[in-house]
Design a protein around this ligand. Sequence first.
Ligand code: C5P
Length: 437
Amino acid sequence: MTVVAGLARRASRARNATTRSAPKGNGNVNGKRILLIIGGGIAAYKCLELIRRLRERGAAVRVVLTRAATEFVTPLSVGALTNERVLTSLFDLSDEQEIGHIRLSREADLLVVAPATADLLARMAGGHADDLATTVLLATDKPVLAVPAMNPHMWTHAATRRNVARLAADGIEFLGPNEGEMAEGGEVGLGRMAEPHEILAAIAERLGGASGASAALAGRRVVVTSGPTHEPIDPVRYIANRSSGKQGHAIATAAAAMGAETVMVSGPTNLTDPAGVATVHVETAREMLEAVEAALPADVVVCAAAVADWRVADAAGSKIKKSKGKPVPKLDLVQNPDILRTVAELDAKRPPLVIGFAAETDNVVANAKKKLRTKGCDWIVANDVSAGTGVMGGDRNSVHLVTAKGVEDWPRMSKDEVARRLMERISKGVAKLRGAK
Ligand code: C5P
């Protein structure tokens, strides 16, 4: 456990638990046409992954690169992924036999601008049409999703605030930006572009039309815990752990994508709230338990949060001062409630499927089997988080699914893929369980 001292910038925000309602229409992108306008920012590289994921799910992706974007990604690499000619200038469209900008702007189901740089947003807000990207954006009659990415000072600058407000009033939808470290200069703040899986979920949610596999959990309610908890020492210091929330957020995203009514109770993270998920922000373990209990009844509860085992018995109401000669303060710790066990031990309100995680550094599977018994849950997803695996905070995970029937060893894969596979297993499991419709 790490003790983080210093101003807890996000903590005050997290302390006031907030709920955002789930937008309607979780869907998939199969057969949808996306026009992706890539702006000139360092985050442009994330669009390659976004294109790959969209294509994998059956979407057709056509790409327009701004001139500046070609400094970050090449038409060749983008074209190889889209299998389509990449358009960079108005003159690419000079042959009207082929495709004009009006047709280009209207043939898509959705236009996505990523990264939406400060300059591109300003030009959109001003109604410019001096290159292919802005011309298409002005000519379209289709919804536009902007995914901003820029330096935190540029994002909070009055000019950008004005442009974003103008565009929002014009009906442009926004996703992000996220809080976190900037690619350049190690600066930290609000300005990181949303991650590809977040953009994908937002696109799927906006395009709606849950169908086929994506509707497998329609009518089901899934509650997911995610991220770390912060346990205050005083108003500015807290006890925390290294959980990023990536796995929990990916599970909530996957549940919503399969049509489940999804509630995610999240400790403080740098991630964007997933589209289509009602997110409750909490700070401490006790707040997390309260929010989970308030979210019941549910068909499935997945406890993916790395809940702090202990909290400070008597958190100070004002900042503890250090002064020469004064003894170093001693932290008196008390046990936090175990959310997973509490939910698994409920009587009438016990969800039919309760799933826990076991982050272990030794004897991963043996410990997970023991945890299945002691926690009283139905499944345990066990993973090795020892140093060198890169699981804590990383994008990949290798897990073992431990159930009463036995142990499945899953190959190493992205946390998104783990989430998708887990939700597929859950949808099959739920269908067989008591309360199955
Ligand atoms: O006991 P341990 O922390 O290893 O158990 C991990 C599992 O228990 C995870 O699913 C975690 O979300 C859950 N947990 C909890 N409340 C706690 C501690 C752990 O829900 N106080």
